[in-house]
Design a protein around this ligand. Structure first.
Ligand code: NAP
Length: 303
């Protein structure tokens, strides 16, 4: 599928709404994924299904209820007459373990066998920081390391390949896969060996996918990444203004490297963390425009 023929509004779908889409967001229970799901829901036209994945059943159920009732200001079908409503489903599963990944994959296969979808949008957002209280030399436990990569790299690969196989290459249908990336895919951060390596590995996986599948739209979006020059001019920037999420709380309280930890603490104190909805809105615009080169790394500050 060429740029521009991706998830823009289809004929008769009305401005801003996409044709019947199977949309999957991992890590949708909180943070960036939750914000993104709330923005995506109103974009999904009649016949669409939004599938939310994460471990926390309660948070997913709450979000699904909110999106079904359209309380985020969306029009998910309450006033669409005979048009089918947006269906919102969720699966609570730990993507870092085999059983959880199996259940998530089964849900994907079941959903995507429906031939009525004209679009697939899969957002691989779920991720973890790992134990950043440990420096490189503390990382001696193979099980801990494998478990980190199993969730942060392998599960994204398996879910994506499962989804693409299940959906198939339907003529006239668009398929877009998003990898939520980071500046850490490109640059090293002290105490963050696992996170940096996981993000770099994941990004390369999706670059390979873009090469192998020219009919696919592939995007690695870094939701914060390169910082604007520090306004104070006091050199406070660590190269990144993070999102205000649980992951960032972990970063500024647990990071072993004191310099990096303190930089995050200062950004928080100065109110310089980025709201998830601001970054999610930029990603949504990228998907609407659909003009990124497939396989590209696009940064929050690029747009
Ligand atoms: P977050 O607040 O920690 O949320 C992570 C999400 O992943 C949650 O929904 C969590 O839900 C889910 N998750 C965690 N472990 C899981 C598991 N084993 N199985 C299934 N789901 C799991 O993180 P965030 O800040 O929103 O980050 C979202 C994405 O943006 C990540 O890929 C992250 O690397 C990236 N990113 C974040 C920042 C930042 O500044 N925060 C910067 C650059 C990139 P449950 O706990 O319910 O499972």
């Amino acid at each position: 599928m060429e740029p521009g023929s991706g998830p823009g509004p289809g004929p008769g779908q009305g401005p801003g709404r996409w044709a019947a889409t199977a949309c999957v967001v991992t890590g949708a229970s909180r943070g960036f994924g939750r914000s993104l799901a709330r923005l995506l829901a109103p974009q999904l036209g009649p016949g669409s299904v939004l599938l939310l994945l994460a471990r926390s059943a309660e948070a997913l159920a709450e979000l699904a209820t909110e999106l079904r009732s359209g309380t985020t200001g969306n029009d998910t079908g309450s006033d669409t007459g005979s048009e089918p409503e947006l269906r919102v489903q969720y699966v609570a599963a730990d993507l870092g373990c085999e059983e959880g990944l199996r259940r998530a994959s089964a849900a994907l296969r079941e959903l995507l066998q429906d031939a009525s979808f004209g679009r697939l949008l899969l957002v691989n957002n779920a991720g973890s920081l790992g134990d950043v209280s440990k420096s490189f030399l503390d990382l001696t436990d193979l099980e801990e390391i494998n478990s980190y990569f199993s969730f942060n790299v392998s599960s994204a690969l398996c879910l994506t390949s499962t989804a693409l196989r299940a959906f198939g290459a339907r003529p006239g249908c668009s398929r877009t896969v998003v990898n939520i990336s980071s500046l850490c895919a490109l640059e090293p951060f002290p105490s963050w060996a696992l996170y940096c390596c996981g993000k770099a590995a994941r990004e390369m996986l999706f670059r390979v996918l873009a090469l192998e599948e020219p009919g696919l739209r592939v995007l690695s979006y870094a939701p914060v990444s390169r910082a604007a020059p520090p306004a104070s001019g006091n050199g406070d920037s660590c190269g990144s203004c993070p999102l205000d999420t649980d992951m960032q709380l972990l970063a500024r309280s647990r990071t072993a490297d004191p310099g990096l930890r303190q930089q995050f603490q200062r950004l928080k104190e100065k109110g310089q963390l980025i709201e998830c909805s601001v970054s999610a809105q930029k990603l949504l615009r990228l998907l609407q425009d659909d003009s990124f080169p497939s396989g590209a790394h696009v940064d929050f500050y690029d747009i």
